[in-house]
Ligand binder design. Structure first.
Ligand SMILES: [Zn+2]
Length: 168
């Protein structure tokens, strides 16, 4: 076996790190070409899965776009946790709208947000009507809730922008 002198070994190691860095740089660059920033959410306009989550080729595997966003913005490792949305917009990759949570939390979120099978009961047009009704004080929260078959709390969330904030 040929012994490689230490300085050379160091050089090779550095080159490898540099290549890795360049790789991540390229991935980041291609990531940002698929993001459309709005005042609220930063929406993924690239490929999506059937639940509306962005799909991104990170150079090794296809990863969720919001998950990749977490990795490039935060040092806290994801580990066995999930990257969850505070804004309930699966296509959003804005780091401040993301948080780490467990699968249990994810399911609890889904329940509070009145989602069944990962899909909202409401259509964007419903949400706009609800906002209008709230803004014009045309009906009480409970009347609106009954009208749309959702909870009073869910109407409140729409009213105060806790949910659907990404919808213009
Ligand atoms: Zn968002």
């Amino acid at each position: 076996m040929i012994a490689i002198p230490t300085p050379l070994r160091r050089g090779a190691f550095c080159a490898l790190l540099l290549l890795q860095d360049m790789g991540l740089g390229l991935q980041r660059a291609s990531f940002w070409t698929k993001v459309q920033k709005t005042k609220k959410c930063w929406n993924w306009i690239g490929a999506k899965n059937n639940k509306g989550y962005g799909r991104f080729w990170n150079g090794t595997i296809v990863e969720s776009a919001h998950r990749f966003s977490w990795r490039i913005h935060y040092t806290e490792p994801i580990g066995s946790k999930l990257v969850l949305h505070n804004c309930d917009n699966p296509a959003c990759v804005r780091p401040t709208h993301l948080r780490l949570g467990s699968q249990t939390e994810n399911m609890r979120d889904a329940l509070t947000r009145d989602r069944g099978h990962g899909r909202s009961k409401l259509k964007p047009s419903d949400v706009r009507v609800i906002r209008q009704l709230c803004a014009d004080r045309l009906a009480s929260l409970s009347v609106i809730a009954a009208q749309f078959g959702i909870t009073k709390g869910a109407v409140g969330h729409i009213k105060y922008g806790v949910t659907w904030s990404w919808l213009p």
